[in-house]
Ligand binder design. Structure first.
Ligand code: CAA
Length: 397
């Protein structure tokens, strides 16, 4: 169902009947099955395996992966529409969908061999297995090119022996396979990083501390520890020493997903606020009659629609990239920067409009506020997005 026009000159993003059907189907699932359990899973921090399996059965865990590799064979607009609807019901589910689709499947689809696609992509895109992406370490976050974990080729040349500690791995506690970035030639700095496809059910793979988080609490996040983990050479993704570029290119796709997640959170908070402003009475009238509330509603709506346009712009650039190979780093960073700051702005205003009820766990508004914050941090902080955008515009490295 790739619906974007396949000619570089005529490329445009069109909302087709198929996109509308997908959007409606995801909305139904999200509102009927995910939204009602969101509060419970947020409170317990439990991973929502049952609904993740249901999303997998609908093809949502590998949306842009061709059907031949277990995916739904759709385009980047379909992915964004899905992310918005799922995140609107529950941002934790959005995070799980995003990492599986963009950070795991996208990387293997783009750089994997046929054998790697059969072994790692097919089960993850079809939703049978769960994928994760592991770049960050305790002492290497925004400065992703510096890492202390190491992979050393054994004497027989058959396996890389991996040692080290990775942190903040989304789906780390439950992942079956991990796209891991680690140093093979430390003296070459970022040019010494290599990407590996890791089977989490092999010896030497240890799931570490689970992070207690402010938001997206049902998306499990943990450290991963590698102790003499033996990774076969055939599980190197792309070329040895090309890991940093793979990590960055995969994050370009990931950042569009996070922007769409932020848009979903903002829409949920906005719709709750409009309803509350219509119903809540104060000083003898609905609070929506007051100009100070109207100003908030106007600013929220305008920023939400501006985010949507930047996200669609990034989708178009990604579709163009599928033809030309051109990077869409700038468009992805702008979409993520603006949409995540919009989610924070909108959820902040939503709590204020709701007053005491916005601060109460009886309504989901306080969860939207907590969930929004991560979108300004993971897959590159707002500071990193500004750096990427400015460097691009100034022609700097
Ligand atoms: N695509 C392809 N190649 C890229 C690229 C991209 N988007 N961005 C950079 N590169 C290449 C450059 O062309 C350059 O190549 P050469 O060496 O051949 O010239 C190389 O990578 C190094 O580029 P820079 O000099 O720009 O690298 P830098 O060290 O200055 O770092 C950075 C750039 C933008 C700060 C980058 O480190 C970055 O994005 N940091 C943030 C990391 C991040 O987002 N982490 C989140 C991890 S995932 C997560 O959040 C957890 C989760 O599970 C959700």
């Amino acid at each position: 169902m790739v619906t974007t026009e396949r000619s570089e000159q005529q490329l445009s993003l069109t909302m087709t009947e198929e996109h509308e059907m997908l959007q409606q189907a995801v909305r139904d699932l999200a509102q009927k099955e995910i939204a009602p359990i969101a509060e419970r899973y947020d409170a317990s921090g439990e991973f929502p395996l049952e609904t993740v399996r249901k999303m997998g059965a609908m093809g949502l865990m590998g949306i842009e992966v061709p059907e031949a590799y277990g995916g739904a064979g759709m385009d980047s607009l379909a992915y964004v529409l899905t992310m918005v609807e799922v995140s609107k019901a529950d941002a934790s589910h959005g995070t799980i969908v995003s990492v599986n689709n963009s950070l795991f499947c996208h990387g293997i689809l783009k750089y994997g061999t046929e054998e790697q696609k059969q072994k790692f992509l097919v089960p993850v895109a079809s939703g049978e297995k769960i994928g994760a992406y592991s770049l960050t370490e305790p002492m290497s976050g925004s400065d992703a090119g510096t890492m202390e974990s190491r992979a050393v080729l054994n004497d027989a040349g058959t396996h890389y022996i991996i040692n080290g500690r990775k942190s903040w791995v989304t789906s780390g506690p439950v992942a079956d396979y991990v796209l891991l970035f680690t140093m093979t030639e430390p003296e070459k700095k970022h040019k010494g990083i290599t990407a590996f496809l890791i089977d989490a059910h092999q010896p030497g793979f240890i799931r570490g501390k689970v992070e207690p988080k402010l938001g997206i609490r049902a998306s499990a996040t943990s450290e991963l520890v590698f102790e003499n983990y033996a990774c076969p050479v055939e599980n190197v993704l792309g070329e040895v020493g090309h890991g940093f570029k793979i990590a960055m290119a995969v994050l370009d796709a990931g950042r569009i997903g996070i922007a769409a997640q932020a848009l979903g959170i903002a829409e949920a908070a906005y719709e709750a606020s409009v309803q509350y402003a219509r119903e809540r009475q104060a000083f003898g009238q609905a609070i929506g009659q007051f100009q100070m509330i109207q100003q908030k509603i106007a600013d929220m709506k305008t920023r939400i629609e501006a985010s949507r346009q930047l996200i669609y712009n990034a989708c178009l650039a990604k579709e163009r990239s599928k033809i030309t190979g051109e990077r869409y780093t700038l468009q992805a960073s702008m979409a993520k920067l603006f949409a995540s700051e919009t989610a924070m702005f909108v959820t902040h205003q939503a709590v204020q409009i709701h007053g005491g009820m916005g601060y109460s766990k009886e309504l989901p508004v306080e969860r939207y506020f907590r969930d929004a914050k991560i979108t300004e941090i993971y897959e590159g902080t707002s500071e990193i997005q500004r750096m990427v955008i400015a460097r691009n515009e100034l022609g700097l490295r």
